[in-house]
Write a protein that binds this ligand. Sequence first.
Ligand code: NI
Length: 227
Amino acid sequence: MMLKIEKILSPNEVQACRAIVDAGEWVDGNETSGHQSRLAKRNAQLKEGSDAAREAGQLILAALGRSPTFVAAALPLKVFPPLFNRYQGGQAFGNHVDNAMRQLRGSEFRIRSDLSCTLFLEDPENYEGGELVVEDLFGEHRVKLAAGDAVLYSAASIHRVTPVTGGTRTACFFWLQSMVRENEAREQLFRLDRSVQTLSAERGGGDPLVVELTNLYHNLLRRWGDA
Ligand code: NI
């Protein structure tokens, strides 16, 4: 499942976030790469673990935590601290896979990457190229969203960022471990959750059918999920 989540950040929050990251220290993007992706990656990255990365990352994670769509779709258990990257002057990130396991440098914190999330911090009309392209069995999905919008997609995918041939693409990205490991199971839960929300808005939360389906949702989450 690929999911677009609009307006995670307001225009003011995008500005605040950009002010923090633009003033930070940027390094070669390959500092965080695995072996395969190192061959494909050409970009700059806000220094991992820097004050700027931490501050902007917290702002974004707080905003995501307030998004019912994000929470219902991702069912996050552990979130890797957000990273920030920048592409310009023809820079790109060729086809690659994200590491299945991520350990935070200098700590015991480790996650299994189930989902990847990219949050755009520059409006699409301000740069050329720079599409996130995600491949699955149906083909390619091309994503280039408004500043403040995010896309959530399976970390198990092959994906790339096309060359940025004009302007600068700035984005935040991170991985998370979901309470529900299997993408298929998580997607069914998300669909059920959305249906229950709709039904509940129509009939009220105390409606017997709403109660029954809410019970079903939680029993499936109990069966498939880890806490
Ligand atoms: Ni990647």
